[in-house]
Design a binder for this molecule. Structure first.
Ligand code: CUA
Length: 162
């Protein structure tokens, strides 16, 4: 009889993780979706990638101050550059990137500012970051987009407050 008990415990040792792992993954999914706001591109903010030159706000790429200390960067990615490629803001700025691609899939990655989005043709990406420390923040394309993908970069220059 002792042997039967051992088999049961052995099974239990496998059954418990097989329940705990999916439950853990479900919890991680719910936390990232609702707590951290990580999600797939939504229906809002679709644009025609062939008409960006005449579609607001991408007809005037650049940076604008929405409120004191709050900026919006309207950015267009194309092979193989970002427009604008250099963004200057004062330290403490809260910057919302509104970006899309006009040709193929690109990425917008600013490692030091927790910005990491895909730029899909026809889809507007929106991500907000805080730039508290003065300095240069490299921004790069991190989706392979062709022969010069590795040269596709720009920077955010955060200037000290005077
Ligand atoms: Cu754009 Cu890689």
């Amino acid at each position: 009889m002792k042997r039967a008990t051992t088999v049961y415990l052995y099974e239990l040792a496998w059954i418990l993780p097989s329940i705990a792992i999916p439950v853990g993954m479900l919890v991680a999914l719910v936390v990232t979706a609702f707590g951290a706001g990580i999600h797939l591109p939504g229906n809002e903010g679709r644009v025609n990638p062939t008409e960006l030159a005449t579609t607001a706000p991408f007809d005037k790429p650049g940076i604008i101050e929405m409120r004191p200390g709050q900026y919006e960067v309207r950015m267009v990615a194309e092979a193989w550059s970002f427009t604008p490629s250099e963004i200057r803001v004062p330290a403490g700025a809260r910057v919302t990137f509104v970006a899309t691609s006009e040709d193929v899939v690109h990425g917008l990655f600013i490692p030091r500012a927790n910005v990491n989005v895909m730029l899909l043709p026809g889809q507007v990406a929106r991500v907000t970051a805080h730039f508290n420390k003065p300095g240069e923040y490299l921004l790069v394309c991190h989706e392979y987009c062709g022969i010069s993908h590795h040269t596709m970069s720009g920077k955010v220059v955060v200037e000290p407050r005077s």
